[in-house]
Design a protein around this ligand. Structure first.
Ligand SMILES: Cc1ncc(C[n+]2csc(CCOP(=O)(O)OP(=O)(O)O)c2C)c(N)n1
Length: 309
């Protein structure tokens, strides 16, 4: 969780320094992301994260440097060689499937992965995440409907941070929450405190278990909050009050985890500070290495677009 926060904060700093042109962060959503990813089997399960999920891909095994190479759009960015937008991850050995930018398109892709896994007799589950805005898309309906009919091994994971850019959830949904929609497809819908890493882990683990046992898909809704603006191009002061943001800052999942670990004497305040310092330093050093990496060559721009003759 610390590493994910540090990568996102570093990316924002790099934008402000003019070294990176654009970024999108998951600050505030780390408990949802890390808790869910711990319930998956890296390299076996198909993972279709959305653009805030640094915590997911780091937990599965990607490194801060690999993420930062993507922020810089470098030639050796493992995600796309600098072709995709930042945070559109792809990592074949971890079965992290590249995303398409239109909201919610990854949901039917995940259903396809689950169907393929079943046809090939694999034990794999497909896990796909998305924001609350995605549940207003047709892709959401089509994906849940198909997966439910065929009882496919999919875990639909909604990170409900209450906003789709400037549009509050209550202005785009006639019902309170996303999980309630699961009943329309005859599948379980579970709502969980998305800032509680343990609760998210348990809910995802149960959904993964169901999927692996052939019992079909589950919709898990993790209620959380994005603490930063939508992207580095957004000014969130236009659509949400500072009081509201402050309320959620007090519920920051990193502070909550720290208090939990201190209270249960897993760590001391000194160790917590040392961990934060180590993570901060490692991520800053990864950014220096990523920045120094070679840029893609202009003549490579059409590679992977047309078949090489
Ligand atoms: C089909 C489509 N419409 C609009 C956009 C522009 N857009 C990018 S992110 C976003 C908001 C998505 O909100 P949500 O799904 O709640 O996720 P969040 O960004 O809040 O985590 C929008 C409208 C897009 N990428 N795709």
């Amino acid at each position: 969780m610390l590493t994910s926060r540090a990568v996102d904060e570093r990316a924002s700093i790099l934008v402000r320094q003019g070294k990176v042109s654009f970024t999108v962060g998951g600050q505030g959503q780390e408990a949802a992301q890390v808790g869910a990813a711990y319930a998956l089997s890296p390299g076996k399960d198909w993972v279709l994260p959305y653009y805030r999920d640094a915590g997911v891909v780091l937990t599965l095994g990607m490194t801060p440097e690999e993420l930062l190479l993507g922020e810089f759009g470098k030639a050796n960015d493992p995600n796309s060689g600098g072709r995709q937008m930042p945070k559109h991850w792809s990592y074949p050995s971890l079965r992290i499937v590249t995303a398409s930018s239109p909201v919610a398109t990854q949901l039917p892709h995940a259903v396809g992965c689950a169907l393929a896994a079943r046809l090939q007799g694999e034990d794999a589950v497909a896990w796909v995440s998305f924001g609350d805005g995605a549940v207003s898309k047709g892709d959401f309906h089509e994906a849940l409907n198909y997966a439910a009919i065929h009882r496919l091994p999919v875990v639909f994971f909604c990170e409900n941070n209450y906003y789709a850019i400037s549009v509050p959830f209550k202005q785009q949904s006639p019902v309170e929450g996303a999980a309630v929609r699961a009943s329309a497809y005859g599948i379980p819908g579970v709502t969980v405190d998305g800032n509680d890493v343990f609760a998210v882990y348990e809910a995802t683990r149960d959904a993964v278990r169901r999927a692996r046992a052939g019992e079909g898909p589950t919709l898990v809704e993790a209620r959380t909050y994005r603490l930063a603006p939508h992207t580095s191009n957004d000014d969130d002061r236009k659509y949400r009050s500072r009081e509201e943001v402050a309320e959620w800052q007090a519920k920051d999942p990193l502070l909550r985890m720290r208090s939990y670990l201190l209270q249960h004497k897993v760590i001391t305040a000194a160790l917590a500070a040392e961990m934060a310092e180590i993570v901060h330093r490692e991520v800053a050093q990864a950014a220096v290495r990523a920045q120094a990496a070679p840029d893609p060559l202009p003549e490579d721009v059409l590679r992977h677009v047309y078949a090489d003759s």
